[in-house]
Ligand binder design. Structure first.
Ligand code: ADP
Ligand code: MG
Length: 719
């Protein structure tokens, strides 16, 4: 057994460490009564030695880089685990299962890796798992062994056990066994031994929280929390460490926000005469409709933001169809009115094209020079656009990632709109910022991030805690709610097609959404191409059917979209390329195949393509009717409600759109369960910074030091 340091007892005599049996329960109190002492250790810098390079690397991977880190490596909490029935294809999860059968597969050729295959199950279902290169597991995990597996759930009930993150760990008989997250090369038992070895040092781990704060939130101090955590009172320890974790993130986000609001300059975009300028005239005279109350409020807030001399960083969340584009256009027109430029960046070409058309339709007779720039803009046209952008001749540019390429130079960029912002990486999202740096007297543009994926408050606080939030909840007048039906089986299918034909005969249009492009033997999903063939020659033979999917060349995609937008095509068979932004008010039916393959937010996005006009719309979902997710989808039209449900069903990290949002992966906090703890951390962070923005008061010094350790330097946080 690899041990950490030599233990020296009171008399200075080496004590032979007791071996710890597999599955031993660690009792912190009795350990602490043992007379163990270390010579001058530094809890925050002394590495823990596990013996052997492999174990050391594994420790590094687990973040066990010093003694304090070891002590905050708490045993695993079973609450993280999912039941087999709840697994979602393609997603990572932890399961607690029992081995049903296990066998090694004969290795046929030399050089082939030995395989062990096991059938494991919990009360809700069975999984097939394969272990590579570990033939001994057959003996180690006989039937009835309980295992904690981390990995990815794949099609046909396979579970790919991940090799990097903690892999498998054998559970002992009782559930109260300290079970530490382990990694290949470093077992839970080895970690247990090390913890046992060093536990006494927990008393000397510095506490970053001021006593006042701890008392108010009734949180234990760090030493007590760590000791409790390793001796069976996991929850108390976890809560304390989760609070710290959430507090750190909130301090970071709030500091970032205030720094930007105070120290970074941006053009002051204020109309000389707000009642009569370009924007006012446009809203009053040219907009083909009245703004909703929410649109009016959001527009006022955004125009207020950009009139200040510091960069706006606002997230505009609005239901699909709530009319975010109008709010964005108001800001862009204000920029133009003040002699600056604006850019709107969308994640796909289809969406950029659509925005380009929408913006023009929203300002008829407006002489604002506007252009489109995407990956398929022809070279000559591109040169022309870039020239006019650089000279300042163009007021507004709409485009895709093509906008952030190096040779795209603006004359006076002041307003940036990022649509469906969660589809961009952090780097891409901020790439346009640097293009504004040439503007005299300013160092950042105003940025409006837009999303149609409603984000529950808990997640918004985490992922976007440094942004200001505005919601558009109200839908434009005259919209009919969408009725959603779950369907399965041939009878339902015949009825669905008849329903679609009814709508088509009435002059409406329909979407048929399929999860795949090509048919494949292994997947039961309906492929778009095959569906297109079938529907156009059978069910909808007397109508015009078009096909669009991501693997088509963009010219063909554009042509398919055009024919549907202009009403030439009655039915559009599509993959999820139509998920965002596509806006055809005459489309009133959507049939979604294999709806169980989509996440809730994706389904909601899809459904948002219909119900955009004055006619009532219907969404028909094929999939298992007993699915909780699909039932929720059929029950709620409100995206915010669905987002909350989604969060409950799936947990924080998995929520579509937030995974890439730069959300920190938490070690201790579990969301949404810790929503209340998060609110308290947010409040505390605000109070701390109000009193002491630079954390210089004596009582905040440990906190400041902890933050600096966590982030490198407190002052290096980028604006
Ligand atoms: P989203 O928030 O999904 O991006 P859009 O901005 O694309 O929504 O707007 C959806 C549709 O609603 C567009 O056709 C737009 O012209 C229209 N629209 C926007 N605001 C209003 C309104 N206040 N009244 C009527 N129609 C509106
Ligand atoms: Mg939109």
């Amino acid at each position: 057994m690899a041990l950490v340091r030599r233990i020296v007892d009171d008399k200075g005599v080496d004590q032979k460490p007791r071996a710890i049996a597999d599955g031993a329960v660690l009792d912190g109190a009795s350990l602490l009564s043992a007379p163990i002492r270390w010579p001058s250790e530094n809890l925050l810098s002394d590495t823990v030695e596990f013996g052997g390079r492999k174990a050391q690397e594994a420790a590094e991977q687990l973040g066990i880089t010093n003694i304090a880190a070891l002590l905050s490596h708490l045993p695993r909490d079973r609450r993280e685990a999912r039941t087999v029935a709840d697994l979602v294809v393609g997603e990572q999860a932890t399961v607690v299962v029992e081995v049903q059968s296990i066998a090694s597969r004969p290795v046929r050729r030399r050089g082939m890796r030995p395989l062990v295959e096991a059938l494991v199950s919990d009360q809700t279902g069975t999984l097939q798992v394969t272990f590579f290169n570990q033939p001994w597991l057959v003996k180690r995990y006989p039937p009835a062994t309980r295992l904690v597996l981390h990995g990815t759930y794949e099609l046909r009930n396979r579970f790919r056990v991940s090799s990097h993150a903690p892999t498998t760990d054998q559970l002992g008989a009782g559930d109260d066994v300290a079970h530490y997250p382990a990694a290949e090369g470093l077992s839970s038992t080895q970690i247990l031994a090390a913890v046992r070895q060093h536990l006494e040092a927990a008393r000397r781990v510095p506490d970053p929280l001021p006593g006042r704060l701890r008392a108010r939130h009734r949180l234990p101090d760090i030493p007590s929390a760590l000791l409790a955590g390793h001796s069976g009172q996991l929850e108390a320890a976890r809560q304390r460490l989760a609070f710290d974790e959430l507090l750190f993130v909130q301090l970071d986000l709030l500091r970032r926000r205030s720094r930007r609001a105070e120290e970074v300059d941006a053009p002051q975009l204020a109309a000389a005469d707000a009642d009569r300028g370009l924007v006012a005239g446009w809203i009053d005279e040219q907009l083909p409709f009245e703004l909703t109350g929410d649109q009016q409020r959001a527009t006022a807030v955004v125009l207020g933001d950009i009139a200040r001399g510091h960069p706006m960083q606002r997230l505009l969340m609005g239901e699909v169809g709530s009319g975010k584009t109008v709010v964005a256009l108001a800001a862009m027109l204000r920029a133009v009115e003040c002699g600056y430029q604006a850019a709107l960046m969308a994640p796909t070409e289809t969406l950029a094209n659509q925005h380009f058309a929408t913006l023009q339709a929203l300002m008829p007779g407006q002489a604002v020079p506007i252009a489109l720039l995407t990956g398929s803009t022809p070279a000559a046209r591109r040169r022309d656009v870039l020239g006019k952008l650089g000279s300042g001749e163009l007021g507004i540019i709409v485009g895709t990632h093509a906008l952030i390429e190096d040779d795209v130079q603006f004359d006076r960029l002041a307003v940036v709109i990022v649509d469906e912002q969660h589809r961009f990486g952090v780097r891409q999202r901020t790439a346009l910022d640097s293009k504004a740096s040439g503007v005299a007297g300013s160092s950042a543009p105003h940025v409006l991030h837009m999303t149609a994926t409603p984000i529950p408050r808990t997640l918004a606080l985490l992922g976007y805690g440094d942004l200001d939030l505005t919601e558009l909840r109200e839908l434009p007048k005259g919209r009919e709610p969408i009725a959603t039906h779950l369907a399965s089986g041939e009878r339902d299918r015949a009825r669905a097609y008849e329903r679609i034909r009814e709508e088509l005969r009435a002059g409406r249009q329909a979407y048929v959404v399929c999860p795949l492009v090509e048919e494949s033997d292994t997947l039961a999903a309906r492929a778009a191409t095959a569906e297109y063939e079938r529907l156009s020659s059978e069910q909808f033979a007397d109508f015009n059917v078009a096909l669009i999917h991501g693997q088509m060349p963009s010219a063909k995609k554009a042509e398919a979209m055009r024919s549907f937008v202009e009403g030439e095509a009655d039915v559009l068979v599509a993959t999820t390329v139509i998920e965002v932004g596509v806006d055809v008010a005459n489309a009133t039916v959507m049939l979604i195949e294999n709806a169980e393959r989509y996440g809730l937010s994706q389904l909601h996005q899809l459904r948002g393509r219909i119900g955009r006009g004055e006619h009532a719309s219907v969404c028909i979902c094929f999939g298992p009717k007993e699915s909780e997710r699909l039932t929720a989808f059929a029950t709620w039209n409100d995206g915010f409600k669905l987002a909350e449900v989604d969060l409950q069903l799936r947990g924080e990290g998995e929520l579509t759109g937030t995974r890439q949002s730069g959300l920190a992966a938490f070690r201790f906090a579990v969301l949404p369960e810790d929503a209340e703890l998060l609110e308290r951390a947010r409040l505390s962070a605000r109070e701390i910074l109000e009193r002491d923005p630079e954390l210089v008061l004596a009582e905040h010094v440990p906190l400041r030091e902890a933050l600096e350790r966590a982030h490198g330097s407190l002052l290096a946080i980028p604006a």
